[in-house]
Structures are given as structure tokens and as C-alpha cells.
Design a protein around this ligand. Structure first.
Ligand code: UFG
Length: 331
């Protein structure tokens, strides 16, 4: 079996590559390196290309005998998607269309898609299960939902079977400290807090402390990156055995507030992190918590690094180690 990991040089994709290799599964990475990093996928078959370029996408299938595709390549910044919707539609929707068409041409039938909690929009009931109404409140979530629907039609019409995995808040890093989250423009809470702990930022701003939550700050369901990659492996197996499409919400089912995450980070880093209370960030729901009962029952998924301390510890090991070296290389 050979798995094509699209966006394999990025944060989640590179952890996936590591998991596949650990399981002795042949892996080919397709990435345009706009956001990804070659250091994250050392000793991996790499094919440089852009999803928006049909010829480049087709060429990877011509050059390698691919059996399944995992797709991690998307723009994923909610705020940016509301300023530049066109690049989100072009990359996330049109790019995925090119990928599916190339799969169709090459006769590849199994597809695992990185979807998101953002397809649900403002929660009407908690925890969020797979049947929750889908009403995205931003363009990013809308593009992911558009792809989910496209996948249903490509299954019905062309028999390309898919598993859609809706991540809640992906966080943490590989416990080895070798790879982790590295974005040129960082917007995510945990890396921002840890960068503040390292003195790379002056402070962390809490986006709103007047929400209707226990301490007034937003609550999220943080899920370790390696638990997500484990779910992909199980989804791959599911497609092999069941040969049918499915969809799952992936989270720990446990919410932590922004203030709680800052407290955990202070404890783990031993640093005094300066905190500023700021305004709410537009489009942020107060609480997002998943139920992953279905993934546990159907895929037999059981998150192992589910303690928030472990999630922040692994992220800290990365930020306080290899990420600093990367920073020098990219400076
Ligand atoms: N936050 C702050 N200060 C910051 C950054 C974030 O207070 O400097 C807060 C946010 O308001 C939010 C929480 O920390 O309440 C987590 O924010 P992130 O930006 O880390 O993550 P989001 O919950 O906004 O986004 C995640 C995924 C998106 C996905 C979204 C679904 O990263 O891809 O969940 O709603 F779309």
C-alpha cells in the first residue's frame, strides 16, 4: 500500500507521515511548500506540486502507484478566510476538485479528508455530535463543508470512498520534539502562549473575558495531533475493510477555557506569561466540545495523549527545542 499525503510537509501532515512510516506504510508527500517545511519530512519520498495546478496533481499519480490519499492541504485561518474568500475557494475547493479528478483518472478509490468543527458553526447543542446542524459562520468552514458534499457525490457517481474527519482543536507536538507546529503567521492559542513564555512575544491577549462560560473565556476541545493521526490510520483500515464512506467528529469531549490553558502553560514552562484582556475575536463561538462516541465505537479510536498537561508539555518541548533552530533557518 502507498499513501499519498497531500500537504504532508505541514503541521498535521508531517505528523501523519511519521505515523505512517512507523507503521511501515509507504508514503509519498505532495506539497507546494508554501506553508510546509522539508525539515519535517526527512527521508520521505517528496513530490513538489500545487493542488491548483491540474498537471502537477496528475503527475504525482503518474509517477507513483498510489492506493489511498490523505488530504491535509488547505488554508485554515478563519479570520483570513473572511478577508480573502477567493483564495479559500480556490485552494480548498478547486484544489480538492483537481485532486479528486486526478484520483478518478488514476483509479484511486480511498480518500481521507481533514475536515473541521467549523462546518457546524455556532453550536445549538453540546457536545457536538455528527448529526449537529451544519451552518458554518465563516468562509473557511464553508469551503470544508463544500468539499464534504463534493465527496458524497464523488462516492455516489465515481465510487471514490471517503472518510471525513472533523477535527476540533488540533494541538501538541510529537513527543520526540522533532516536529511540531510551525506557522510563519501564528494565530493558534497554545503556540502563541508558548512563544510568549519564550519571550518571542511580549504577551498573550485573551480574546474576550465576558463569554457565558465558567471564567468568561472561550472553551475549546483540544486534541493531540498524534491522536488525530491514529484516527487517520484507523480510517485507512476502515476503508480497506468496509469499503464504504463515513464521517467522524474528533475531540476529547472535554473543554478547557483560555484562562485554564494559560495556567497550564505557566505551570509547565515555569515562566511568567504576561496576559492582556482584549476584545472578542469576531466569529468565535463561546464553547466547542465534541463527542467522539461514534469514532470510538466504529473505528475503535481511543485518544491516548488526552490530558491537557501532556498536550501542552509536548508542544513546549517542541517550541523550546527544535522550533528555535527552525526559526534561525527561516530568519
Ligand atoms: N485565543 C485567544 N487569544 C489568542 C488566540 C486565540 O484568546 O491570541 C482564543 C480564541 O478566541 C479561541 C481559543 O483561544 O477561543 C482557541 O483559538 P485558536 O485560534 O487556537 O483555535 P480556534 O478555536 O479559533 O480554531 C480551531 C481551528 C480552526 C477551526 C476552528 C473551528 O484551528 O481551524 O477551531 O471553530 F476552524
Amino acid at each position: 500500500m502507498t499513501v499519498l499525503v497531500v500537504g504532508g510537509a505541514g503541521y498535521i501532515g508531517s505528523h501523519m507521515v511519521k505515523t505512517l512510516k512507523k507503521n511501515n506504510i509507504e508514503t509519498v508527500v505532495f506539497d507546494n511548500l508554501e506553508k510546509g517545511h522539508l525539515e519535517a519530512i526527512k527521508d520521505t519520498l517528496f513530490h513538489k506540486g500545487d493542488l491548483r495546478n491540474k498537471d502537477e496533481v496528475e503527475s504525482v499519480f503518474q509517477n507513483h502507484k498510489i492506493t489511498a490519499v490523505m488530504h491535509f492541504s488547505a488554508y485554515s485561518l478563519v479570520g483570513e478566510s473572511m478577508e480573502k474568500p477567493e483564495i479559500y475557494y480556490e485552494n480548498n475547493v478547486f484544489g480538492t476538485l483537481n485532486l479528486l479528478n486526478a484520483m478518478k483518472k488514476a483509479g484511486v478509490k480511498h480518500f481521507i479528508f481533514s475536515s473541521t468543527a467549523a462546518i457546524f458553526g455556532e453550536p445549538v447543542k453540546l457536545p457536538i455530535n455528527e448529526d449537529h446542524p451544519q451552518k458554518p459562520t465563516n468562509v473557511y468552514g464553508e469551503t470544508k463543508l463544500a468539499v464534504e458534499k463534493m465527496l458524497d457525490w464523488y462516492d455516489k457517481i465515481y465510487d471514490i470512498k471517503n472518510v471525513k474527519l472533523r477535527y476540533f482543536n488540533a494541538a501538541g507536538a510529537d513527543p520526540s520534539g522533532e516536529i511540531g507546529e510551525y506557522h510563519e503567521t501564528e494565530t493558534h492559542l497554545i503556540p502563541l502562549i508558548l512563544q510568549a513564555a519564550l519571550g518571542e512575544r511580549k504577551h498573550i491577549t485573551i480574546y474576550g473575558n465576558d463569554y457565558d462560560t465558567k471564567d468568561g473565556t472561550c472553551i475549546r476541545d483540544y486534541i493531540h495531533i498524534n491522536d488525530l493521526t491514529d484516527a487517520h490510520l484507523l480510517a485507512l483500515n476502515y476503508l480497506e475493510i468496509e469499503k464504504k464512506s463515513n464521517f467522524f467528529n474528533l475531540g476529547n469531549g472535554c473543554g478547557h477555557s483560555v484562562k485554564e490553558i494559560i495556567a497550564v502553560a505557566k505551570k509547565i514552562t515555569g515562566k511568567n506569561i504576561k496576559v492582556i484582556n482584549g476584545n472578542r475575536r469576531p466569529g468565535d463561538p463561546a464553547i466547542l466540545i465534541a463527542t467522539s462516541k461514534k469514532a470510538k465505537e466504529v473505528l475503535d479510536w481511543s485518544p491516548k495523549l488526552n490530558n491537557i498537561n501532556t498536550i501542552v508539555e509536548t508542544a513546549w518541548k517542541w517550541h523550546n527545542g527544535t522550533a528555535k533552530k527552525w526559526k534561525k533557518n527561516y530568519a
